[in-house]
Design a protein around this ligand. Structure first.
Ligand code: GRF
Length: 219
């Protein structure tokens, strides 16, 4: 198969988003070659998922480095060694240095479990409920040096149910994540997505500030 994009996926945990991306890329013949899955956690289950799919894995354990700069240099080396020119953060629980982020400007994606710019940071499902929000969801965005910032590409949006628990809400948001992240990867791999002067373009048109929107079909 002729690939148009080569990518490294960075994970720290279970890797369900990684799985969704790998499955979608395979099933839809997306011209994206996932060349390596890199984890900072030896025990991340996502590594097992990658091996099962025949994708090389690397462990870069942040505890073995004296500071963020040297850790990020090791990440960069692993990415370069596998000749990946895009990076997908999929539950990667380390803050990256500005230097590394700048290396991949317009070529690094992240998924965050909220409708950014609302609810940056952790524990978003509980916070969405406590704030009494009507809507919640997840965002795939280009990574810029500020944490959970950077222009949105696509948001998966759902209506919060009455009396829903944070766990139930998280499950429904996850189902949306598994739809929107593969979609953003496909758009990038097929040259439909552009990052120009800090703005996101899809098919030659600028996207609205929140990105494209996918609504939950099973409210
Ligand atoms: C997802 O909820 C994602 O939004 C967040 O981290 C979680 C990763 O889960 N950034 P998984 O490892 O993909 O299962």
């Amino acid at each position: 198969m002729q690939y148009n994009l080569s990518a490294a996926v960075l994970i720290s945990g279970s890797g369900t988003n990684l799985q969704a991306i790998m499955d979608y890329v395979r099933d839809h013949a997306v011209p994206c070659d996932i060349r390596v899955v890199i984890s900072n956690e030896t025990s991340a289950y996502g590594l097992t998922r990658a091996r099962a799919a025949g994708i090389p894995t690397e462990i870069v354990d942040h505890r073995e480095f004296p500071d963020r700069q040297s850790f990020d240099r090791a990440l960069q080396q692993a990415i370069d060694f596998h000749k990946a020119d895009a990076v997908f953060l999929a539950g990667f629980m380390r803050i990256l240095t500005h230097e590394l982020v700048r290396q991949f400007e317009g070529r690094m994606l992240n998924i965050h479990p909220s409708l950014l710019p609302e609810l940056k940071g952790m524990d978003t499902h509980r916070r969405a409920l406590e704030a009494g929000f009507e809507y919640h969801g997840a965002t795939v965005h280009f990574v810029t040096p500020e944490l959970d910032d950077g222009p949105s590409i696509v948001q998966g949006k759902l209506k919060i149910h009455k009396n829903e628990s944070p766990e139930q809400l998280q499950q429904r948001v996850h189902r949306l994540e598994y739809r929107i992240y593969p979609l953003a990867v496909e758009w990038m791999a097929t040259n439909r997505l552009q990052f120009i002067d800090g703005a996101v373009w899809l098919d030659g048109n600028p996207l609205p500030e929140n990105g494209a929107e996918i609504l939950d079909e099973n409210p």
